[in-house]
Design a binder for this molecule. Structure first.
Ligand SMILES: Cc1cc2nc3c(=O)[nH]c(=O)nc-3n(C[C@H](O)[C@H](O)[C@H](O)COP(=O)(O)OP(=O)(O)OC[C@H]3O[C@@H](n4cnc5c(N)ncnc54)[C@H](O)[C@@H]3O)c2cc1C
Length: 528
């Protein structure tokens, strides 16, 4: 529901379950990860009556477990997946333009090592990478553009990133991709946009089965409210299964034949104290794909890629996985003294991979293409599965194109390629931050910038949520760029139901290492 308070228009997310029942939607999206949120946004913007449910919180599944890169994927060039990379690069540019507060350029350092062939090969791949972006959408804000790659000599590489140590001895390549500071909040902004265009949405609602009419057609789903315990019937002409790595499970629940093989691959990340200055580093390692990326005053180390047979809702990182990743890191960067005590958070996710695997168990080389599949003869369910976080908008566009045909309606053209996210500033990011800093001057400087980036144009609203009590505007814990007012705001305006919704999705308190008993108690007091 759009509200107007103190000059800014924003959309309040209310968890009103009556809005899901008693009406027949055009489209029900099951799964509120980035794919489902993009589908709901696109469909609502094109004029469909849309509902969206997630059994947990929005963007709490795989979409919360990524490396946070918005990228074309340089490594896919080695397998000559040119179309995929080109597509992803275009989508990357779109996110950078439409959500500049949350998606910003990230410089990478790639050590060259004394290997003339490898050096030539790397340069050639980066030339190709940048060439593939040509002709695609151009990022308007100059500060948001990714500069061209260049070679830097050893001493410069070392100065840029002392952590490289002897890996810098033959110089390094500097190239650029993008980082999503909070993929979870980007997903939430897609949900907000869907609501602003009439969608009914609710988190913590699990689809448990199909509702079939007398002819056997699916007429909706049975769902369970995991907060209140009630059972709901949500009716729709068409269902979109956007349950990511659980797509085959959801198809089972709906009694549908499996029409696409979904493989799951587990990926693990560690969040450690910061040991990088500002450059992401791609590291040589026997581990599949080792890198370290600066993130909000910490460093993210990732990742693994191993086939996973389970369908667990919540994945954990085993001691063994953590130890292996730390070992690979310290072998690559012996100068960096990172121990288990420096790990402030660890997380794991399941990649939804579609199609055959190149060889048994080899998920690392499996395609990252996305698929839209129409199920059964009556075609009342569409699955949108696979792809990358970066390409989810495009996968959603394709899914809504198929939905349009299935529903036999003529919709408005898709506009999500150019439409800004609801909290994105209009002009250049620097202007937004400069304009906002006056409005936020009661906060210390580091917090001001962080709030501008995290909440975009809604930053003053967050401040207002804490205006009545000074304590709500102080850092929630040492070294955490968050204030308690954010929790109040998240509860009131952003459908944060459980403490984890606040700690891990609306804010980054949890991933930054702030999920402690003290912080939880503090938040409880604030919310009470
Ligand atoms: C380790 C790792 C690193 C990655 N890094 C990157 C990266 O840097 N860049 C990039 O572009 N991509 C990356 N990806 C890929 C990207 O994260 C995924 O492609 C994307 O998040 C998939 O989104 P999704 O919406 O399909 O799935 P999900 O985010 O998992 O969403 C599915 C949703 O369905 C819900 N659900 C399931 N069953 C039900 C039910 N019965 N009823 C209601 N809801 C249900 C779940 O709760 C979940 O929220 C990475 C993936 C992994 C695992």
């Amino acid at each position: 529901m759009p509200t107007d308070e103190g000059g800014t228009t924003r959309t309040r997310l209310e968890r009103d379950l009556t809005s899901l029942t008693g009406r027949r939607f055009d489209l029900l999206v099951v799964g509120g990860g980035i794919v489902g949120s993009c589908v709901a946004r696109d469909a609502a913007r094109r004029g469909l009556d849309v509902a969206l449910i997630d059994r947990d919180d929005f963007s709490s599944g795989t979409s919360a477990a990524s490396s946070k890169l918005v990228h074309g994927g340089v490594r896919y060039l080695r397998r000559f997946q040119l179309a995929l990379v080109r597509e992803a690069l275009r989508e990357r540019q779109r996110w950078a333009t439409n959500a500049p507060h949350l998606v910003r350029p990230m410089p990478f350092l790639l050590p060259l090592l004394d290997d003339p062939v490898g050096r030539l090969e790397r340069r050639a791949f980066l030339d190709l990478y940048e060439l593939l972006a040509v002709g695609g959408p151009r990022v308007k804000d100059r500060d948001q553009r990714a500069p061209r790659h260049r070679i830097v000599p050893a001493d410069t590489a070392l100065r840029m990133e002392p952590a490289l140590g002897r890996l810098a001895r033959d110089g390094a390549l500097v190239y650029y991709d993008y980082q999503a500071e909070s993929p979870e909040r980007l997903g939430l902004e897609c949900v907000m946009d869907a609501v602003a265009h009439g969608a009914a949405v609710a988190n913590h609602i699990a689809m448990t089965g199909g509702l079939r009419g007398p002819s056997g057609r699916l007429e909706g789903v049975l769902a369970e409210d995991r907060i209140g315990g009630d059972t709901l019937e949500v009716r729709a002409r068409l269902i979109v299964n956007a349950t990511g790595p659980w797509s085959d499970r959801a198809a089972d629940l709906l009694g549908l034949p499996q029409q696409v093989a979904v493989h799951r691959s587990k990926g693990v990340h560690l969040v450690t104290r910061a040991f990088l200055r500002g450059f992401a580093v791609a590291l040589p390692s026997r581990a599949a794909h080792l890198f370290a990326v600066p993130w909000r005053g910490r460093t993210i180390v990732g990742t693994t890629d191993s086939r996973y047979e389970g369908v667990d809702e919540r994945l954990t990182v085993s001691e063994h996985e953590e130890a292996d990743l730390l070992l690979a890191l310290t072998r690559s960067l012996p100068g960096v003294a990172i121990t288990p005590d420096d790990v402030v958070h660890r997380y794991a996710g399941l990649r939804p991979l579609v199609g055959a695997l190149a060889s048994r168990g080899d998920t690392y080389h499996a395609t990252r293409d996305g698929r839209v599949v129409v199920h059964g003869a009556s075609g009342d369910v569409i699955s949108a599965v696979g792809g990358k976080w970066t390409t989810s908008r495009l996968l959603a566009e394709r899914a809504v194109d198929v939905a349009e045909k299935r529903l036999g309606v003529a919709l408005r053209p898709c506009d999500t390629a150019t439409a800004r996210l609801p909290l994105a500033p209009d002009g250049p990011l620097a202007d937004h931050v400069a304009a906002m800093t006056t409005a936020l001057d009661v906060l210390e400087e580091g917090l001001r910038v962080q709030l501008c980036h995290t909440y975009g144009t809604a930053a003053p609203d967050v401040l207002r949520a804490g205006a009545h009590d000074d304590r709500l505007l102080q850092r929630i814990g040492p070294d955490l760029p968050h204030i308690p007012a954010e929790a109040v705001y998240a509860r009131r305006e952003e459908m944060a139901v459980l403490p984890d919704d606040i700690l891990f999705r609306r804010t980054s308190i949890g991933p930054l290492g702030g999920d402690t008993a003290t912080v939880r108690r503090h938040l409880e007091e604030v919310l009470a």
